[in-house]
Design a protein around this ligand. Sequence first.
Ligand code: GLC
Length: 559
Amino acid sequence: MFPYASDAPDTVAPAAAPPGWWREAVIYQVYPRSFADGNGDGMGDLPGIRSRLPYLKELGVDALWLNPFYASPQADAGYDVADHRAVEPVLGTLADAEELIRYAHELGMRVIVDLVPNHSSDQHEWFRRAREEGPGSPYRDRYHFRPGKGASGELPPNDWTSVFGGPAWTRTENPDGTPGDWYLHLFAPEQPDFDWEHPAVRHEFRSILRFWLDRGIDGFRVDVAQGLIKAEGLPDIGRTDQRRMLGTEATPIWDQDGVHEIYRSWRRILDTYPGERIAVAEAWAPTAERTALYVRPDELHQTFNFALMGASWDAEEIRQVVDTSLEAVRTVGASATWVLSNHDTCRHATRFAGPQPEGQRHRAGDRTLGLRRARAATLLMLALPGSAYLYQGEELGLPEVTDLPDEARQDPAFARSGETDGFRDGCRVPMPWTVAGPSHGFGTGGSWLPQPEGWGMLSVEAQMSDPDSTLELYRAALALRRRHPGLGAGDTVQWDDAPDGVLAFRRPGFVCTTNTADRALTIPLPGRPLLSNSPIEDVEGPPGAAFALPAHTTVWWTA
Ligand code: GLC
């Protein structure tokens, strides 16, 4: 019958808005370098984003989150910030940022900006002075400078490794040219870690928060929120698989209890502003319970929950993720968040296209299968209680670009790992807006990462008004989510019995069924269908009659 029924009669009255707009918001992640290029230099920018805001409004999202657009040498695509109060000239001006915020608000959308507190750029004034002035510089203690080990300090101060590969320490030169102390960088050497025990660092970030809040932003996405405080004495870890430990095991690097005091002080600032300003943490903690500590009532509002992103296309695994995630945030009264794709991860249309090798080049896999599962996964995600974070281009069903030429890659982890890791450019390829044109409507001057063959057929222009397209599926889903009080709200799901391979859960007045198997499975008819990611047969019969739920399909029903 129909791929989806966006025109199904809307019999449900809109719900009263619950307190806390973020609790069920759909937040769209804009990667500024790759969204839209307003000046034709091949790099996306703030005026480009502004020009596309009506598209986001029509898509039906509540807010946007912008990845860093601050002054930066771009050693890690803007996560190396040289000046937190200035806009990177390649991306625009402060006036452009203010205009973007203003226009988004005019259209009824909120704006969240990235905040990068764990480290700065090595070109940040504090770090430049710390390095240039040498030992004794008052700027030294704002970072982690330490003498090396070994007879002449030739060995790093401890055994920590960088998330991007190689040691987490780089040796400096003294002003007289002799080898000097080492400094800590949990990411690239161009990203020295701040020492958050220093009061000037704390003071500076409270001031940066106010700077952007005064410009009207609605919240912050806090980068590497679990990293700010390191265990006292920076003790060795004694293991080489430290990357694997990130977010899974306790280490002296991550998730120290001292971070919470910082977030409590930030919350006090956020609460002094009108309009419910929020902070959402990227916090990789070893357990769901540890992650929930970041969202206690006097701390941050949300953390990204990456559990769904890590789950395979398997009903049992997804069910466990949903239960564990909801339970963890319920204990502290916070709302759940759900993410399937972002700028650091293989896009879900490709992840579900077949097994992906860990930490290696992604495989294109079976694209048709991947897209079908991805669309089903998205509908499942959008039916869960809590807020959903969408990553630009997923509404077009964009796949990961798996065959970028190595010389085009800019992910710093690619070079640092000896080209065995650092494949994040594959999800950062500029958006296709039009079928034809020099960079498919991204801009007039090419694109900083090459767009692959066939990109135009995935463009907004190609999909707009095509009822079978992924774009129209997202639009229909978001429109229904807005109108249907059973979607997004609350903090629980009620599971129905279902055959192996099927997930069926109930929300007030609503049922979501997902078949993760590769063949149709029979379920009792839950009600009247609202939306589906793949064609379903004519649905007839009373509730409870046998219904064949197609393979890799989610159907939303009114119950
Ligand atoms: C976060 C960002 C990632 C960045 C890293 C270092 O994980 O999402 O893109 O490279 O922090 O700032």
